[in-house]
Design a protein around this ligand. Structure first.
Ligand code: SF4
Length: 352
Protein backbone atom coordinates (compact mmCIF):
# COMPACT_ATOMS: atom_id res chain seq x y z
CA UNK A 1 0.00 0.00 0.00
CA UNK A 2 1.60 3.28 -1.08
CA UNK A 3 0.16 6.28 0.73
CA UNK A 4 -0.56 9.52 -1.05
CA UNK A 5 1.93 12.16 0.09
CA UNK A 6 0.12 15.07 1.66
CA UNK A 7 1.38 18.27 3.19
CA UNK A 8 1.88 17.95 6.92
CA UNK A 9 0.19 20.19 9.44
CA UNK A 10 -0.30 20.36 13.21
CA UNK A 11 -3.63 20.33 14.96
CA UNK A 12 -2.69 21.17 18.52
CA UNK A 13 -0.22 18.49 19.64
CA UNK A 14 -1.13 16.09 16.79
CA UNK A 15 0.66 15.95 13.43
CA UNK A 16 -1.54 15.16 10.46
CA UNK A 17 -0.52 14.20 6.93
CA UNK A 18 2.86 13.49 5.39
CA UNK A 19 4.18 10.12 6.52
CA UNK A 20 2.51 10.15 9.96
CA UNK A 21 0.03 7.44 10.96
CA UNK A 22 -3.61 7.89 10.07
CA UNK A 23 -5.19 9.84 12.95
CA UNK A 24 -8.48 8.88 14.62
CA UNK A 25 -11.06 11.60 15.17
CA UNK A 26 -14.53 11.75 16.66
CA UNK A 27 -17.04 14.37 17.69
CA UNK A 28 -18.66 15.19 21.01
CA UNK A 29 -22.40 14.62 21.25
CA UNK A 30 -23.00 16.88 24.24
CA UNK A 31 -24.42 20.39 24.22
CA UNK A 32 -21.20 22.43 23.95
CA UNK A 33 -22.73 25.06 26.24
CA UNK A 34 -22.75 22.41 28.96
CA UNK A 35 -19.07 22.76 29.76
CA UNK A 36 -18.98 20.05 32.43
CA UNK A 37 -20.67 17.40 30.24
CA UNK A 38 -18.49 18.30 27.25
CA UNK A 39 -15.24 18.09 29.22
CA UNK A 40 -16.36 14.72 30.63
CA UNK A 41 -17.06 13.35 27.16
CA UNK A 42 -13.76 14.69 25.84
CA UNK A 43 -11.94 12.88 28.66
CA UNK A 44 -13.79 9.65 27.84
CA UNK A 45 -12.81 10.08 24.20
CA UNK A 46 -9.18 10.57 25.15
CA UNK A 47 -9.28 7.42 27.31
CA UNK A 48 -10.67 5.33 24.47
CA UNK A 49 -7.95 6.44 22.06
CA UNK A 50 -9.44 9.39 20.18
CA UNK A 51 -6.73 11.78 18.99
CA UNK A 52 -8.61 14.84 17.72
CA UNK A 53 -12.18 15.86 18.57
CA UNK A 54 -14.62 18.09 16.74
CA UNK A 55 -17.06 20.09 18.81
CA UNK A 56 -20.26 21.67 17.47
CA UNK A 57 -20.49 25.44 17.82
CA UNK A 58 -24.14 26.32 17.16
CA UNK A 59 -24.17 29.74 18.85
CA UNK A 60 -22.19 32.44 20.62
CA UNK A 61 -22.54 30.82 24.04
CA UNK A 62 -21.05 27.59 22.68
CA UNK A 63 -18.16 29.52 21.12
CA UNK A 64 -17.46 31.27 24.42
CA UNK A 65 -17.63 27.94 26.33
CA UNK A 66 -14.73 26.65 24.26
CA UNK A 67 -12.19 28.71 26.24
CA UNK A 68 -13.05 26.88 29.48
CA UNK A 69 -13.42 23.53 27.70
CA UNK A 70 -9.94 23.94 26.18
CA UNK A 71 -8.43 24.48 29.64
CA UNK A 72 -10.03 21.27 30.93
CA UNK A 73 -8.60 18.86 28.33
CA UNK A 74 -5.43 18.16 26.40
CA UNK A 75 -7.06 16.68 23.27
CA UNK A 76 -6.88 18.97 20.23
CA UNK A 77 -10.27 20.55 19.58
CA UNK A 78 -11.73 21.49 16.21
CA UNK A 79 -14.66 23.90 16.22
CA UNK A 80 -17.41 22.89 13.79
CA UNK A 81 -18.88 26.02 12.23
CA UNK A 82 -21.86 26.42 9.94
CA UNK A 83 -23.50 29.58 8.56
CA UNK A 84 -22.07 32.22 10.93
CA UNK A 85 -18.45 33.29 10.42
CA UNK A 86 -18.51 35.19 13.72
CA UNK A 87 -18.70 31.87 15.57
CA UNK A 88 -15.46 30.86 13.85
CA UNK A 89 -13.82 34.10 15.02
CA UNK A 90 -15.14 33.44 18.55
CA UNK A 91 -13.83 29.87 18.52
CA UNK A 92 -10.39 31.05 17.40
CA UNK A 93 -10.38 33.61 20.18
CA UNK A 94 -11.25 30.83 22.62
CA UNK A 95 -8.09 28.99 21.54
CA UNK A 96 -9.31 26.06 19.44
CA UNK A 97 -6.74 24.01 17.54
CA UNK A 98 -8.64 23.78 14.28
CA UNK A 99 -11.74 24.97 12.47
CA UNK A 100 -14.13 23.09 10.22
CA UNK A 101 -15.95 25.32 7.76
CA UNK A 102 -18.65 24.08 5.40
CA UNK A 103 -18.28 26.01 2.13
CA UNK A 104 -21.81 24.94 1.22
CA UNK A 105 -23.29 27.20 3.89
CA UNK A 106 -20.55 29.79 4.31
CA UNK A 107 -19.97 31.19 0.85
CA UNK A 108 -19.50 34.91 1.50
CA UNK A 109 -15.91 35.59 0.44
CA UNK A 110 -15.48 38.63 2.66
CA UNK A 111 -16.60 36.69 5.74
CA UNK A 112 -14.39 33.71 4.92
CA UNK A 113 -11.46 36.13 4.40
CA UNK A 114 -11.91 37.43 7.94
CA UNK A 115 -11.86 33.89 9.35
CA UNK A 116 -8.81 32.95 7.27
CA UNK A 117 -6.93 36.08 8.44
CA UNK A 118 -7.66 35.23 12.09
CA UNK A 119 -6.68 31.55 11.60
CA UNK A 120 -3.48 32.56 9.83
CA UNK A 121 -2.50 34.90 12.64
CA UNK A 122 -2.88 32.05 15.15
CA UNK A 123 -1.53 29.34 12.79
CA UNK A 124 -4.72 27.34 13.18
CA UNK A 125 -5.62 24.92 10.35
CA UNK A 126 -9.00 25.02 8.64
CA UNK A 127 -10.79 21.95 7.34
CA UNK A 128 -12.81 22.63 4.24
CA UNK A 129 -15.62 20.20 5.05
CA UNK A 130 -17.86 19.65 2.05
CA UNK A 131 -21.06 17.69 2.66
CA UNK A 132 -23.14 16.28 -0.20
CA UNK A 133 -26.32 17.32 1.58
CA UNK A 134 -25.43 21.00 1.86
CA UNK A 135 -24.12 21.77 -1.62
CA UNK A 136 -25.83 24.87 -3.02
CA UNK A 137 -28.37 23.75 -5.64
CA UNK A 138 -27.00 26.20 -8.21
CA UNK A 139 -23.40 24.97 -7.94
CA UNK A 140 -22.61 23.06 -11.17
CA UNK A 141 -26.10 21.47 -11.13
CA UNK A 142 -25.47 19.27 -14.18
CA UNK A 143 -22.24 17.69 -12.96
CA UNK A 144 -22.25 14.34 -11.08
CA UNK A 145 -22.50 14.74 -7.30
CA UNK A 146 -18.96 13.52 -6.52
CA UNK A 147 -17.52 15.98 -9.03
CA UNK A 148 -19.58 18.85 -7.61
CA UNK A 149 -18.29 18.04 -4.13
CA UNK A 150 -14.68 17.93 -5.28
CA UNK A 151 -15.02 21.12 -7.32
CA UNK A 152 -16.61 22.98 -4.43
CA UNK A 153 -13.62 22.04 -2.22
CA UNK A 154 -11.13 22.99 -4.97
CA UNK A 155 -12.81 26.37 -5.39
CA UNK A 156 -12.51 27.05 -1.67
CA UNK A 157 -8.90 25.83 -1.64
CA UNK A 158 -7.96 28.23 -4.45
CA UNK A 159 -9.67 31.06 -2.60
CA UNK A 160 -7.79 30.35 0.64
CA UNK A 161 -4.52 30.00 -1.29
CA UNK A 162 -5.18 33.42 -2.84
CA UNK A 163 -5.19 34.74 0.74
CA UNK A 164 -1.78 33.10 1.25
CA UNK A 165 -3.25 30.46 3.57
CA UNK A 166 -2.17 26.85 3.29
CA UNK A 167 -3.01 25.25 6.65
CA UNK A 168 -5.77 23.34 4.92
CA UNK A 169 -7.37 19.95 5.40
CA UNK A 170 -10.21 18.69 3.22
CA UNK A 171 -13.17 16.35 3.63
CA UNK A 172 -15.85 15.34 1.12
CA UNK A 173 -18.53 13.39 2.91
CA UNK A 174 -21.70 11.82 1.56
CA UNK A 175 -24.07 9.17 2.87
CA UNK A 176 -23.73 7.24 -0.38
CA UNK A 177 -20.54 5.17 -0.20
CA UNK A 178 -19.63 5.12 -3.94
CA UNK A 179 -20.15 8.92 -4.12
CA UNK A 180 -17.89 9.42 -1.12
CA UNK A 181 -15.16 7.22 -2.62
CA UNK A 182 -15.38 8.91 -6.03
CA UNK A 183 -15.24 12.40 -4.53
CA UNK A 184 -12.03 11.66 -2.59
CA UNK A 185 -10.46 9.86 -5.55
CA UNK A 186 -11.26 12.81 -7.78
CA UNK A 187 -9.56 15.37 -5.54
CA UNK A 188 -6.64 13.31 -4.19
CA UNK A 189 -4.15 14.19 -6.94
CA UNK A 190 -5.45 17.69 -7.60
CA UNK A 191 -4.20 19.31 -4.40
CA UNK A 192 -1.50 18.62 -1.78
CA UNK A 193 -3.45 18.95 1.46
CA UNK A 194 -4.30 16.20 3.97
CA UNK A 195 -7.64 14.43 3.57
CA UNK A 196 -10.02 13.67 6.41
CA UNK A 197 -12.18 10.65 5.51
CA UNK A 198 -15.69 9.78 6.56
CA UNK A 199 -19.03 8.50 5.37
CA UNK A 200 -21.55 10.89 6.81
CA UNK A 201 -24.68 9.92 8.77
CA UNK A 202 -23.64 6.28 8.37
CA UNK A 203 -26.33 5.04 10.78
CA UNK A 204 -26.60 2.76 13.81
CA UNK A 205 -23.46 0.87 14.87
CA UNK A 206 -24.04 -2.36 12.93
CA UNK A 207 -24.79 -0.87 9.51
CA UNK A 208 -22.84 2.33 10.10
CA UNK A 209 -19.66 0.40 10.88
CA UNK A 210 -20.02 -1.58 7.64
CA UNK A 211 -20.74 1.49 5.49
CA UNK A 212 -17.79 3.31 7.07
CA UNK A 213 -15.46 0.34 6.79
CA UNK A 214 -16.20 0.03 3.07
CA UNK A 215 -16.00 3.75 2.27
CA UNK A 216 -13.01 4.58 4.45
CA UNK A 217 -11.36 1.18 3.93
CA UNK A 218 -11.38 1.34 0.12
CA UNK A 219 -9.81 4.80 0.18
CA UNK A 220 -7.19 3.92 2.79
CA UNK A 221 -6.25 0.83 0.81
CA UNK A 222 -5.65 3.10 -2.18
CA UNK A 223 -3.33 5.20 0.00
CA UNK A 224 -5.82 8.06 0.37
CA UNK A 225 -6.56 9.54 3.78
CA UNK A 226 -4.73 11.13 6.70
CA UNK A 227 -7.42 11.27 9.39
CA UNK A 228 -10.67 9.36 9.75
CA UNK A 229 -13.95 9.72 11.60
CA UNK A 230 -16.58 7.00 11.74
CA UNK A 231 -19.97 8.69 12.10
CA UNK A 232 -22.31 6.48 14.11
CA UNK A 233 -25.60 6.98 15.88
CA UNK A 234 -23.94 5.80 19.07
CA UNK A 235 -21.72 6.98 21.92
CA UNK A 236 -18.55 8.51 20.48
CA UNK A 237 -16.18 5.85 21.89
CA UNK A 238 -18.01 3.36 19.65
CA UNK A 239 -16.88 5.48 16.69
CA UNK A 240 -13.30 5.38 17.93
CA UNK A 241 -13.44 1.60 18.41
CA UNK A 242 -14.67 1.06 14.83
CA UNK A 243 -12.10 3.51 13.46
CA UNK A 244 -9.26 1.55 15.06
CA UNK A 245 -10.71 -1.74 13.82
CA UNK A 246 -10.65 -0.35 10.25
CA UNK A 247 -7.05 0.78 10.66
CA UNK A 248 -6.04 -2.51 12.32
CA UNK A 249 -7.68 -4.51 9.53
CA UNK A 250 -5.49 -2.73 6.98
CA UNK A 251 -2.35 -2.97 9.13
CA UNK A 252 -2.16 0.82 9.43
CA UNK A 253 -2.38 1.09 13.23
CA UNK A 254 -2.14 -1.27 16.18
CA UNK A 255 -4.21 -0.77 19.28
CA UNK A 256 -5.41 -3.27 21.86
CA UNK A 257 -6.07 -6.95 21.29
CA UNK A 258 -7.36 -8.58 18.12
CA UNK A 259 -9.69 -11.54 18.46
CA UNK A 260 -9.48 -14.23 15.79
CA UNK A 261 -12.48 -16.52 16.18
CA UNK A 262 -13.81 -19.18 13.88
CA UNK A 263 -17.43 -19.00 12.73
CA UNK A 264 -18.10 -22.47 14.19
CA UNK A 265 -19.52 -25.34 12.14
CA UNK A 266 -20.66 -28.95 12.46
CA UNK A 267 -17.20 -29.96 13.70
CA UNK A 268 -17.34 -27.73 16.80
CA UNK A 269 -17.68 -29.55 20.10
CA UNK A 270 -18.06 -26.39 22.19
CA UNK A 271 -20.31 -23.32 22.17
CA UNK A 272 -17.77 -21.21 20.32
CA UNK A 273 -20.01 -18.13 20.12
CA UNK A 274 -20.43 -17.93 23.90
CA UNK A 275 -16.74 -18.61 24.48
CA UNK A 276 -15.59 -15.99 21.95
CA UNK A 277 -17.95 -13.41 23.44
CA UNK A 278 -16.70 -14.12 26.96
CA UNK A 279 -13.06 -13.84 25.83
CA UNK A 280 -13.81 -10.63 23.93
CA UNK A 281 -15.35 -9.09 27.05
CA UNK A 282 -12.25 -9.92 29.11
CA UNK A 283 -9.94 -8.54 26.40
CA UNK A 284 -11.49 -5.08 26.81
CA UNK A 285 -9.26 -4.64 29.87
CA UNK A 286 -6.04 -5.32 27.92
CA UNK A 287 -4.32 -2.51 26.03
CA UNK A 288 -1.41 -4.37 24.39
CA UNK A 289 -1.79 -5.41 20.72
CA UNK A 290 -2.09 -9.15 21.44
CA UNK A 291 -3.72 -11.50 18.91
CA UNK A 292 -5.98 -14.11 20.53
CA UNK A 293 -7.64 -17.02 18.72
CA UNK A 294 -10.76 -18.88 19.79
CA UNK A 295 -11.34 -21.88 17.52
CA UNK A 296 -14.00 -24.56 17.58
CA UNK A 297 -11.93 -27.67 16.96
CA UNK A 298 -8.40 -29.06 17.09
CA UNK A 299 -8.54 -30.31 13.47
CA UNK A 300 -8.15 -26.86 11.95
CA UNK A 301 -7.93 -24.55 14.97
CA UNK A 302 -4.21 -24.13 15.72
CA UNK A 303 -3.28 -24.20 12.04
CA UNK A 304 -5.87 -21.67 10.93
CA UNK A 305 -4.91 -19.32 13.73
CA UNK A 306 -1.15 -19.81 13.65
CA UNK A 307 -0.49 -16.08 13.60
CA UNK A 308 -2.20 -15.68 16.97
CA UNK A 309 0.00 -15.03 20.00
CA UNK A 310 -2.21 -17.33 22.03
CA UNK A 311 -5.38 -19.30 21.46
CA UNK A 312 -7.64 -22.16 22.32
CA UNK A 313 -9.09 -24.88 20.13
CA UNK A 314 -12.11 -26.64 21.63
CA UNK A 315 -12.61 -30.42 21.57
CA UNK A 316 -14.86 -33.04 23.20
CA UNK A 317 -14.77 -32.13 26.90
CA UNK A 318 -11.27 -30.64 26.59
CA UNK A 319 -9.34 -28.19 24.48
CA UNK A 320 -5.82 -27.32 23.38
CA UNK A 321 -4.08 -24.11 24.34
CA UNK A 322 -1.64 -22.98 21.68
CA UNK A 323 0.91 -20.24 21.15
CA UNK A 324 1.81 -19.20 17.61
CA UNK A 325 0.10 -22.35 16.33
CA UNK A 326 2.02 -24.71 18.67
CA UNK A 327 0.02 -26.66 21.24
CA UNK A 328 1.41 -25.98 24.72
CA UNK A 329 -1.19 -27.71 26.90
CA UNK A 330 -4.65 -29.20 27.22
CA UNK A 331 -7.45 -28.12 29.56
CA UNK A 332 -10.87 -29.43 30.49
CA UNK A 333 -13.93 -27.66 29.05
CA UNK A 334 -14.94 -26.00 32.33
CA UNK A 335 -11.52 -24.30 32.44
CA UNK A 336 -11.36 -22.97 28.83
CA UNK A 337 -11.93 -19.32 29.64
CA UNK A 338 -9.84 -19.28 32.79
CA UNK A 339 -6.90 -21.13 31.18
CA UNK A 340 -6.88 -18.91 28.11
CA UNK A 341 -7.03 -15.75 30.22
CA UNK A 342 -4.14 -16.98 32.39
CA UNK A 343 -2.05 -17.42 29.23
CA UNK A 344 -3.06 -13.99 27.92
CA UNK A 345 -2.32 -12.28 31.22
CA UNK A 346 1.07 -13.94 31.50
CA UNK A 347 1.95 -12.84 27.94
CA UNK A 348 0.65 -9.36 28.70
CA UNK A 349 2.86 -9.10 31.81
CA UNK A 350 5.95 -10.56 30.13
CA UNK A 351 5.55 -8.37 27.10
CA UNK A 352 4.72 -9.83 23.69
FE1 SF4 B 1 -15.39 -25.57 12.07
FE2 SF4 B 1 -13.16 -26.18 13.39
FE3 SF4 B 1 -13.07 -24.35 11.39
FE4 SF4 B 1 -14.28 -23.74 13.69
S1 SF4 B 1 -12.08 -24.18 13.40
S2 SF4 B 1 -15.09 -23.39 11.67
S3 SF4 B 1 -15.16 -25.69 14.29
S4 SF4 B 1 -13.54 -26.54 11.22
Amino acid sequence: MIRRTSRQLRIGKVTVGGDTSVVVQSMTKTDTRDIHATINQLKQLEDCGCEIVRVAVPDKEAATSLATIKKGVSLPIIADIHFDYRLALGALKAGVDGLRLNPGNMGDKEQVSKVVAAAKEREVPIRIGVNAGSLPADFQPRAPLAERMGNMALEQIRFMESLDFSLIKVSLKAFDVPTTIQAYQMIADKMPYPLHLGVTEAGLPRTGAIRSAIGIGVLLYQGIGDTIRVSLTAYPCEEVFVAYEILKSLGLRQRGPTLVSCPSCGRADVDIIALAEAVNKRLEKISKPIKVAVMGCVVNGPGEAKDADVGIAGGKGKGAIFRKGKVVGTVSENRFLQALMTEIESLNERGL
